[in-house]
Design a protein around this ligand. Structure first.
Ligand SMILES: [Zn+2]
Length: 165
């Protein structure tokens, strides 16, 4: 992966994400992340076995973020990556450690389970890319991407917490 470089590759390999929900989009995200070398902890997810096993990094990666399809519960270290449905669209919300947890909650509040089957793969791929961006330090503190019913990606316009409105 020449574009990412050695150091970036190390970051992808040293980061880890725990699956905190379940669903097709989350499984897709986990498969992409694992295929890219990120350790994915599926012990808390009912559906494991997503096709690719991440290489064993040897030392335990840190910190372990969370990736989940709504209704997932996000606690502990960032990054937090949520995938869910808003109306007929899908939404991916990413929060880095410096991002506001209350803004994350505001952005994810309208999200529901039941992403349209035709959008699940796209939503999962976006979530995986978002996770890699977060691990590489390329993401904003809080990022929201909406995937329209037609598959078009657009920056989301989420609600913010009271302090950041
Ligand atoms: Zn906030």
């Amino acid at each position: 992966m020449r574009e990412i470089g050695g150091r970036g590759q190390e970051r992808l390999l040293s980061g880890a994400l725990r699956l905190v929900g379940q669903g097709r989009a989350q499984a897709t995200a986990a498969a992409y992340l694992a295929a890219g070398g990120t350790e994915v902890d599926a012990t808390g997810a009912p559906e494991s076995g997503f096709g690719f096993d991440a290489p064993c990094a040897g030392s335990s990666p840190s910190p372990v973020g969370s990736l989940g399809e709504i209704p997932a519960v996000f606690v502990g270290p960032a990054p937090w990556i949520a995938i869910g449905r808003v109306g007929s669209s899908a939404r991916v919300v990413v929060r880095l450690a410096q991002g506001c947890a209350d803004c994350f909650r505001a952005a994810t509040a309208p999200m529901r389970e039941g992403i349209a089957p035709g959008l699940a793969s796209a939503a999962g791929a976006v979530a995986a890319l978002a996770g890699q961006r977060a691990l590489l330090g390329l993401a904003e503190a809080l990022e929201v991407v909406d995937i329209g019913a037609d598959g078009q990606l657009a920056p989301g316009q989420p609600d913010r917490c009271e302090a950041h409105r």
